[in-house]
Design a protein around this ligand. Structure first.
Ligand SMILES: Cc1cc2nc3c(=O)[nH]c(=O)nc-3n(C[C@H](O)[C@H](O)[C@H](O)COP(=O)(O)OP(=O)(O)OC[C@H]3O[C@@H](n4cnc5c(N)ncnc54)[C@H](O)[C@@H]3O)c2cc1C
Length: 384
């Protein structure tokens, strides 16, 4: 399986715009794969700080076989890359990689009698829980700490990180030549990768071809007093606060750091210009704490220390699939975005495939055809 070749440059300077998981994975695989090609110089340009958006605030849950085609090919390759990366990058616990059991269950706002309590992990309050079902095993589901994962990949790469806001991509005669930063700096480049997550559409190169919207989601991180009581079980919940209230589907991820991450509560709101100014909705945070307390007395307010209350944005494409590949009409300008709720899972295969495309002219880790930005041309001429 391969993606059509484009021109290959010796010892290129590759500029990656965006220091989230997609930018980090691309930098890592450009570094490791360029050792057998002419060595590439890599610069990541990040506006605020590494993993300041969804890549630092995600759950970090990984699943082998939960996606349908064509995403399933990317997900499977990426799940296996996560496994091999965790073995090669300084010990399995360096960024919290571990295989997990995964359950779905309903949580009730008030105690009710449950016939299933014996099949639940002991830290879950069985009086509030119902309909437990195993939906993943340590062979098919795993987790990473997404902020540590993103940071570790950048540290293990040869990339230089430059803090600055990219405002323009320079293109001369249909070929990318560099990027311009808000403070006026001009960074020459032989190739540019746009990995801007929910900010992708702010680049006219992207918005002239397709749209990326941001869906806000909330999360909290708590540290229970007895972390050893919490077993490695990821939980996919269904919760209805009252008969008239909508059914919510929060997720709970205990981490090997002793913390427990709980997320959910999506909202369609405008993506702020600066990631630092993203503020969580207090009512959404209050509901996540309430649900956490219903799941387990270990996670109740007052029983667990609150480590974080936060919000971030999922990058969503017009057709729900990631967009990965060379931008039609702009030679050596690549894009990696639109990974929605699976960017941590699909980061490694995205980064590996982009690195192959850039360095070798063709992607072999995964067939990028279904994810190519060319699919948005729909009969339009390639822009010049
Ligand atoms: C609550 C929540 C839970 C999630 N849980 C999971 C999960 O369990 N498993 C999973 O696989 N996925 C999960 N995801 C999805 C995953 O987090 C995202 O798909 C992924 O992080 C997107 O990565 P990215 O690099 O594309 O974007 P981002 O992480 O948003 O990174 C983009 C970066 O670009 C920078 N940037 C923007 N504009 C500029 C500019 N002009 N110049 C320079 N830099 C700029 C930003 O500052 C940001 O750091 C979750 C997401 C959310 C919101």
């Amino acid at each position: 399986m391969a993606t059509p070749a484009s021109t290959v440059i010796a010892a290129p300077h590759i500029v990656i715009c965006g220091g989230g998981v997609i930018g980090a994975c691309t930098a890592y695989f450009l570094s490791t794969k360029s050792s057998s090609s002419p060595a590439a110089r890599i610069t990541i340009i990040e506006r605020s700080s590494i993993a300041c958006g969804a890549s630092g605030k995600a759950g970090g849950f990984l699943a082998l076989d939960w996606c349908s085609p064509p995403l399933s090919h990317l997900a499977r390759a990426s799940f296996l890359l996560h496994r091999s990366l965790s073995a090669s990058l300084s010990g399995p616990l360096s960024y919290g990689y571990r295989p997990l059991h995964t359950l779905s269950l309903s949580i009730h706002p008030e105690p009710h009698s449950s016939p299933h309590s014996r099949s639940l992990p002991p830290w879950i309050d069985s009086s509030n829980a119902g309909s437990p079902r195993t939906i993943g095993t340590p062979e098919t589901t795993a987790q990473v700490h997404p902020h540590l994962f993103t940071q570790t990949l950048i540290s293990a790469s040869s990339a230089e990180v430059l803090i600055g806001e990219v405002t323009r991509i320079e293109v001369i005669e249909g070929r990318v030549t560099g990027v311009i930063l808000k403070d006026g700096r001009e960074i020459p480049a032989d190739a540019v990768v746009l990995a801007l997550g929910p900010w992708s559409s702010r680049s006219s190169i992207v918005s002239s071809l397709f749209g990326i919207s941001g869906l806000q989601a909330h999360s909290i991180v708590v540290r229970p007093r007895e972390p050893d009581a919490i077993t490695p079980h990821a939980l996919f919940l269904s919760y209805q606060d009252s008969p008239a209230a909508p059914t919510l589907d929060p997720e709970v991820y205990p981490r090997p750091t002793g913390e427990v991450y709980i997320c959910g509560m999506t909202q369609e709101v405008e993506v702020p210009e600066d990631p630092v100014t993203i503020v969580p909705d207090p009512e959404s945070i209050r509901m996540l704490h309430k649900i956490a307390g219903k799941v387990s007395s270990h996670l109740k307010d007052g029983e667990a220390e609150v480590v974080a209350e936060q919000a971030c944005f999922l990058p969503c494409s017009d057709d729900g699939l990631p967009v990965i590949g060379e931008v039609p009409g702009v030679e050596r300008c690549y894009v990696g975005t639109g990974h929605s709720c699976w960017g941590i899972l699909n980061g490694p295969a995205t980064g590996a495939a982009l690195a192959e495309l850039i360095l070798e002219g063709r992607a072999t880790t995964v067939d990028l055809t279904p994810f190519s930005p060319s699919r948005f041309l729909r009969g339009r001429k390639v822009p010049r």
